[in-house]
Ligand binder design. Sequence first.
Ligand code: FNR
Length: 384
Amino acid sequence: MNPSITTIEDLRRIARRRVPRMFYDYCDSGSWTESTYRANESDFGRIQFRQRVAVDMTDRSLATTMVGQPVAMPLALAPTGMTGMQHADGEILAARAAEAAGVPFTLSTMSICSIEDVAGAVSKPFWFQLYFMRDRSFNDKLIDRAAAAGCSALVLTLDLQILGQRHKDIRNGLSAPPRLTPSTTIDLLTKPRWCWGMMRTKRRTFRNIVGHVEGVQDTRSITAWTSQQFDPRLDWDDVARIRDRWKGPLILKGILDVEDAVRAVGTGAEALIVSNHGGRQLDGAPSSIAVLPEIADAVGSRIEVLMDGGVRSGQDVLKAVALGAKGVFIGRPFLYGLGAGGEAGVTRCLDIIRKELDMTMALCGHRNILDIDRTILRRSDNAA
Ligand code: FNR
């Protein structure tokens, strides 16, 4: 990739040019007014570091663990639906880049490539994210398929019992593959790289689902099926049942409130993710970084606390770790990388963040990520 691409914003701008409008907008949007989506990013900007000088900065280490598994830096790729629409075979390419960088990749239930497609393309275990569906036998089968594929953690998403409304998706008539209208056709003609990639892959629809549910064989039937499958009745008893079935580490995603964090501890899950789904569900909810300290203080000694939402740099990763996260997930940043340059774009995204994280830690006067706590932040920013 061009060496002048040095920020996540650079990757975003290129992705915007290369990915069809419908799929770029799907990635780069939040629900309703997008106020929570914006706050996720802007609230990081309010936190300041303490600059320390004249400390030895040699031999630095970013290595740590997430749910007991070694990671090269405190970061994982978040589960994102339709990743294979940002770039052909997107899930496979992102999983490969994550594996090479030594960080976990999380495959979404709503991915284009299937669990088995990804397992066949990487050599180390990845993580699987489950949406809880009305069809309990489908949930059980997905959990069993993830276990059979060697997935080393299950991420259970709790904040999507009903689907938040994103105006752009409605306006664009979002569908995978895209429905050909005069405007989508014109758009596709201006995105030759994307079209060429799609022509060369057979993976163009939701392969975790199509062929695994009776009667769901194509794009039209899957849209009808999924629209009535997210289960609005999901409750803590269901979480307990998933806990019983999945024998590996369980991570509960979408916790934004201390009372829910306490309930999460009671399930016996290994970790929770402080998350508002990247501002795609409850618009008007606080940013993840704003509530992270209070949740970490309340339950951090009893469950591993992870976070996502608005992480756009290594500085943001360091701020989240300082405020109590054992690690963070990134969603849009790696999708921008994928849209901009496939596997190399995801690798560049991870390189950018790693470098920023390493240098920022050093300039705060630390050499080991395991030593990071709130004392690296200015006093006004480190109170819970
Ligand atoms: C998501 N997210 C998500 N979460 C989940 O549990 N399952 C999913 O299938 C998806 N799909 C999805 C698609 C797209 C395009 C985005 C941007 C996000 C939410 C995701 O896991 C994560 O919580 C956010 O992306 C984190 O915020 P940032 O890093 O995108 O700001």
